[in-house]
Write a protein that binds this ligand. Structure first.
Ligand code: ZN
Length: 149
């Protein structure tokens, strides 16, 4: 477990689609630990594997005030989207940029957890926006790409 260097915009690595995890094994759990440690070390609320140079579809999030509610999503997918919301977003890979982004308000998410068990849950508000931002990373999309000109 170690803190990894972040990949910064405009690295072309941030524009590549990531690859589905076939099996949640020890190697994936090591990636999860690296992601979590790097996210917390950088005071982030979320981090995706491509942001530390790994092209597997894994993200970690913690939107809690207490910074002790780690959520791990392997192969996350948004099953349904409802409504719209605008949030100011930032990104550890694009320091100093804050932009308002329009996204779905409520979503239903399917994923696996860090043990490979299936997850299915609803999210709204900040968590919903953050999950959409992170899944975008797995698809090679940055939040600045979604800002309307
Ligand atoms: Zn980001």
């Amino acid at each position: 477990m170690s803190t990894k260097p972040l990949v910064y915009y405009p690295s072309p690595n941030l524009n590549q689609a990531s690859v589905a995890v076939v099996q949640v094994d020890g190697d994936v759990r090591a990636l999860v630990k690296d992601l979590a440690e790097t996210m917390y070390a950088n005071s982030g609320i979320a981090l995706s594997a491509p942001q530390i140079g790994d092209r597997r579809r894994v993200v970690v999030l913690d939107v809690s005030e207490s910074r002790n509610s780690l959520l791990v999503l392997v192969n996350p997918e948004i099953v349904t989207r409802f409504g719209q919301q605008q949030m100011h977003e930032s990104c550890l890979s694009i320091p100093g940029v804050y932009e308002e982004v329009q996204r779905a308000d409520r979503i239903e998410v399917q994923a696996s957890d860090r043990r490979g068990a299936p997850l299915y849950f609803k999210a709204s508000g900040l968590l919903s926006s953050v999950i959409q931002h992170e899944i975008d990373h797995l698809d090679g999309i940055l939040f600045v790409d979604r800002v309307e000109a």
